[in-house]
Design a protein around this ligand. Structure first.
Ligand code: ASP
Ligand code: MG
Length: 405
């Protein structure tokens, strides 16, 4: 009998009524002859609510204790889901992340998985139980509770699917699958029946919030078959695959954006070897994820560097910069949270030239000014003013002909 791992996000388990509906879907999967493991997120806005509780006490709560607090959300969901399945007359059991042996490093708030146990789950499956596991949480080697970063339940599901050698990891969302753009911005966005891990990863790290970026990376590394679909209907959703030939014919597969980034400019740096290394080592020590980096042409032995970081990490970053201020001769640190990054992604870029030119053309035609640019093999990103975000996304979606035909 095959194993199916299903993951349900917060929206799908937000109310007792929805928990009951999801329980029915789980039981149906079981009745189709599968062994079923389910990973759930905290209900609705629970995680945000817990964060806000701590922030009402202090604006820099202790990171270890935040993990103890945030892990409560998922624990609520596993118990309620198991209660719902049992009420339908089926046998089920709930486990926390630590209970099933999700071992992580000790970086609280965004811990990395180092090992996933399978014994406890397999034992329960062998007793014909449906297994419900709390997403987002694990424990470090000190047996302290850790969390895997926002949206981390997807990663829990993929890691568990990999450890169990599951047939598929189904990520249930409140959308039909992966779309060519956010349908709230582009009403003519279309559903992608297939997408490559590579593209998914670029879309996710460029701001598409449908699937957690680290979970895609994990699925790609361990070759976990993954399907993104809706928990509100029976549509097949989007299958994530290694390669999809038909997509290479397209210039671009999807457009996405990220409003949650800020630009930091470091002015007046001595233009001598080693300065960038000092700056970015200091920032790395704070575990900040840097995205784009641009260094100006230097003048009179002085230069400026600008880069983008998640807006939530600006404070930490500035603190790190202050600590090397004298060493590097920094004159001024500027921060700007009114930016947005828009990106076009597609494996087709590997075989088509001129995609960047088309992108700049579309933005120019829409009257959108470009501040910073980066490219990878399958992605082009531009930093623009946040007020232009929707205009830019719509212009790019149209330029690359991604709307409903
Ligand atoms: N509950 C966590 C969050 O809101 C994890 C998740 O939903 O995947 O980020
Ligand atoms: Mg610890």
């Amino acid at each position: 009998m095959g194993i199916i791992v299903q993951k349900y996000g917060g929206t799908s388990v937000a109310t007792p009524e929805r928990v009951k509906n999801v329980a029915k879907r789980i039981v149906k999967t079981k009745n189709e002859g599968n062994r079923v493991v389910v990973v759930v997120s905290a209900p609705g806005d629970e995680t945000d609510d817990l964060i806000s509780l701590a922030n009402q006490i202090t604006d820099s709560p202790d990171e270890r204790e935040m993990d103890v607090l945030l892990a409560c959300g998922e624990q609520k969901s596993i118990a309620l889901m198991t209660i719902a399945i049992k009420a339908l007359g089926y046998d089920a059991i709930s486990f926390t992340g630590p209970q099933v042996g999700i071992v992580t490093d000790d970086v609280h708030g965004k811990a990395r998985i180092v090992k996933v146990g399978s014994e406890k789950i397999e034992k329960a499956l062998n007793l014909d139980k449906i297994v419900i596991v709390a997403g987002f949480q694990g424990m470090d080697t000190d047996m302290d509770i850790t969390t895997l970063g926002r949206g981390g339940s997807d990663l829990s599901a993929v890691a568990i699917a990999s450890a169990l050698n599951a047939d598929v990891c189904e990520l249930y969302k409140d959308v039909d699958g992966i779309m060519t753009a956010n349908p709230k911005v582009c009403p003519d966005a279309t559903l992608l029946p297939r997408i490559t891990y590579e593209e998914m990863l670029e879309l996710a790290s460029a701001g598409a919030q449908v699937v957690n970026a680290r979970s895609i990376e994990y699925a790609q590394n361990y070759n976990v078959p993954m399907r993104v679909r809706s928990s509100f209907n029976d549509n097949p959703g989007t299958l994530v695959v290694k390669e999809a030939k038909e997509m290479e014919k397209l210039f671009v597969t999807g457009i996405t954006y990220n409003k949650d980034e800020s630009k930091i400019s470091v002015l007046g740096i001595k233009d001598t070897p080693g300065m960038a290394a000092i700056i970015f080592s200091a920032v790395a020590l704070e575990n900040v994820n840097i995205d784009m980096i641009v260094q100006d042409v230097s003048e009179d032995g002085i230069t400026n560097i600008s880069f983008t970081v998640p807006t939530g990490e600006v404070k930490k970053t500035v603190k790190a910069l202050e600590s090397v201020k004298d060493k590097v001769g920094i004159k001024k640190i500027l921060t700007d949270d009114s930016i947005t990054k828009v990106s076009a992604v597609g494996v087709g870029m590997k075989s088509h030239s001129g995609v960047a030119a088309m992108m700049f053309e579309a933005l120019a035609e829409a009257g959108v000014n470009i501040d910073m640019i980066t490219t990878s093999e399958i992605k082009i990103s531009c930093v623009i003013a946040q007020k232009d975000c929707e205009t830019a996304v719509r212009a790019l979606h149209a330029k690359f002909n991604l709307g409903k035909k």
